[in-house]
Design a protein around this ligand. Structure first.
Ligand code: ADP
Length: 196
């Protein structure tokens, strides 16, 4: 069933998609206790600002060590791909690092690459037998992707994945600021409304 506190933006918004729970909440992803949290990384996997910096700071040096080994083995991570490491000192079980596209106006494959970043992260979680996963709003910070457009792609990709895959039981979008929370909440409401 669907519930929404329409006038309270701090209210959590939760839907059921087949066997899975899909929620949009406000918070700091480094505090999430899901099997995996997703990092909006950059191709070098060496940490950075935004959510990437927060995850490396909270998780400690073990994450960077594994990232360095991955890059030594397979090179830089292209946009739209994902890899998995320990979560170090965080409550989450693992970190899935994915690279979103940098926004260049929308005609350089950005929508496909953003959808791929979500899809590959979910695939990797399922292949790793993980059942719960938290996402930040990939690409909408330093990478400049317009939040409304990104929210639609993020949520549609997740809903489509959940309607085909049974192993993932919970997906949580953990959004840092009010504006991003509002964009994702409105979009989720819209998408699920469309589905009746
Ligand atoms: P990108 O480079 O992919 O744009 P950013 O980290 O710059 O990634 O921003 C992505 C989103 O992550 C932004 O909405 C930003 O506010 C948010 N963010 C920053 N820190 C955190 C955090 N600790 N937990 C969740 N989201 C965060």
């Amino acid at each position: 069933m669907t519930e929404r506190g329409v006038n309270d933006m701090t209210d959590n918004l939760t839907y059921t998609v087949k066997q899975a729970k899909l929620s949009v909440v406000q918070g700091d992803i480094t505090h999430q206790a899901t099997d995996a949290i997703v990092n909006a990384a950059n191709s070098g996997l060496m940490g950075g600002g935004g959510v990437d910096g927060a995850i490396h700071h909270a998780g400690g040096p073990a994450i960077l060590e594994e990232c360095k080994q991955i890059v030594a083995r397979q090179g830089r991570l292209p946009a739209g791909q994902a890899v998995i490491t320990t979560a170090g000192n965080m409550k989450a079980g693992h970190v899935i690092h994915t690279v979103g596209p940098i926004w260049h106006g929308g005609s350089q494959g950005e929508p496909e690459l953003l959808a791929s970043a979500y899809r590959e992260s979910l695939k990797l979680a399922a292949e790793s037998n993980l059942s719960s996963i938290s996402f930040p709003s990939i690409s909408t910070g330093a990478y400049g992707y317009p939040v409304d457009k990104a929210a639609r792609i993020a949520l549609k990709t997740v809903v489509s994945f959940l309607s085909k895959t049974t192993s993932i039981k919970e997906v949580i979008f953990v959004l840092f600021d009010n504006r991003t929370l509002e964009a994702y909440a409105d979009t989720l409401w819209d998408i699920m409304g469309e589905k009746g």
